[in-house]
Ligand binder design. Structure first.
Ligand SMILES: C[S@@+](CC[C@H](N)C(=O)[O-])C[C@H]1O[C@@H](n2cnc3c(N)ncnc32)[C@H](O)[C@@H]1O
Length: 363
């Protein structure tokens, strides 16, 4: 009992406190019911997604000294929206078609006449024998495309977002080793948000690299727990030619990853995206009466489909090319932000903030 208060007074205070808590809870319930009845939350979310509101947000969050540039791009996003471009197609669905697919991709990428090496086929052939396939890994037609893409462009290094077991990092590293050797001149930086592998918490992210591809260990640098912002620590502005994004596929995460790595990719460089048909695949499976054990997301699919610049589809994997002027990404990104997010509503504000922040580095 507080000093100086009689028992009756203290009892009275306790009752008042309880009554005021009950009244507050009741008011909360009434407010929540009213919001649901009049769909206030939905209306607010719809207003926040209006292109003009998003553009104003971008200007408000623009870093000092870049407001005018962001404003110009924001106006462009509303007044002259660039239509989605159509993709060139190069699917490599079997090993038997690898050489033909490689030649076609080489021609699309401006390296006509490029042939795959017999070592390439030998390595791809060995994969089924040397490993178990884990859920979440890229599949055969994806790694045929990824192998061909990296071999043709032969970049010095590649950054990957989304390691999981390390399989796709190994695929990239193997292609780099064939182009540049294994003496440290070339490597993959693979970044994952999880220290423990997302599909098996008893093992570390990237566990498959030493287990299945020990000869590639020196070519792969694992960075955990990190996200795409870490690219700023390991690359120079406009340095990279190829990035592979295969992390969180919920819209707008692939867009955010792309915007976060774009400053470190040169103009005309390529960003490979996995699961560009995942949303549609999930919808079709549901329509066919299947209940997939995964929740399909459209983030990578929408990003690829709406991309207004050059792009190549390899089926469920694709590559988008950065425009000559990277600030052309800003109106595109602002328009993508009008599409309802697939990430949890409670993170929407943080997501929008992160997206606005990433735009500042593009102009
Ligand atoms: C689909 S798996 C990657 C599969 C891998 N590329 C392969 O084929 O072997 C996605 C991975 O992205 C990671 N991840 C999820 N969100 C991330 C983020 N924001 N940044 C970095 N990694 C993320 C997960 O921990 C998971 O390991």
């Amino acid at each position: 009992m507080p000093e100086g208060l009689s028992e009756a007074a203290s009892l009275k205070m306790g009752m008042i406190r309880e009554l005021s808590h009950a009244a507050r809870d009741w008011l909360r319930k009434v407010r929540k019911a009213a919001r649901e009845l009049f769909m206030i939350d939905r209306a607010i979310a719809a207003v926040i997604r209006l292109p003009v509101v998003i553009s104003l947000g971008a200007v408000r969050h623009a870093p000092h000294g870049r407001r005018t540039k962001i404003l110009r791009e924001a106006i462009r996003s509303i007044s002259r929206p660039a239509p989605a471009g159509s993709a060139e197609v190069c699917e490599i669905n079997s090993l038997a078609h690898f050489n033909a697919g490689y030649a076609r991709l080489a021609s699309i990428l401006g390296h006509a006449g490029g042939d795959s090496s017999p070592r390439e086929l030998e390595f791809l052939n060995s994969i089924a024998k040397r490993r178990t396939s884990y859920p979440g890994n890229i599949g055969p037609s994806d790694y045929f495309f990824l192998t061909a893409f990296v071999s043709i462009l032969a970049p010095q290094r590649v950054i990957e977002i989304g390691t999981l077991t390390g399989f796709s990092a190994a695929i990239i590293a193997a292609a780099l080793a064939r182009c540049h050797g294994s003496d440290g001149a070339s490597w993959v930086d693979t970044i994952d948000i999880n220290v423990e592998c997302a599909i098996d918490r008893t093992r570390p992210s990237g566990f498959e690299i030493p287990e299945g591809f020990p000869e590639l260990v020196p070519l792969i640098r694992l960075h955990v727990p990190r996200n795409a912002t870490f690219a700023s620590q390991i690359a120079k502005r406009d340095e990279l030619q190829v990035i592979f994004i295969d992390a969180d596929h919920r819209h707008p995460m692939p867009l955010l990853d792309l915007l976060r790595v774009a400053p470190w990719v040169r103009s005309g460089g390529w960003i490979l995206l996995h699961d560009i048909q995942w949303g549609t695949m999930g919808r079709r499976a549901a329509e066919g009466g299947q209940t997939p054990h995964w929740r399909a997301s459209y983030g990578a699919e929408w990003l690829f489909d709406h991309w207004p610049f050059r792009k190549i589809s390899g089926g469920n994997i694709g590559a988008v090319q950065l425009p000559r002027e990277k600030n052309a990404l800003i109106p595109f990104a602002l328009r993508m932000m009008s599409i309802e997010f697939e990430t949890a509503e409670k993170y929407a504000h943080t997501m929008r903030h992160a997206l606005y922040e990433s735009l500042g580095a593009l102009c």
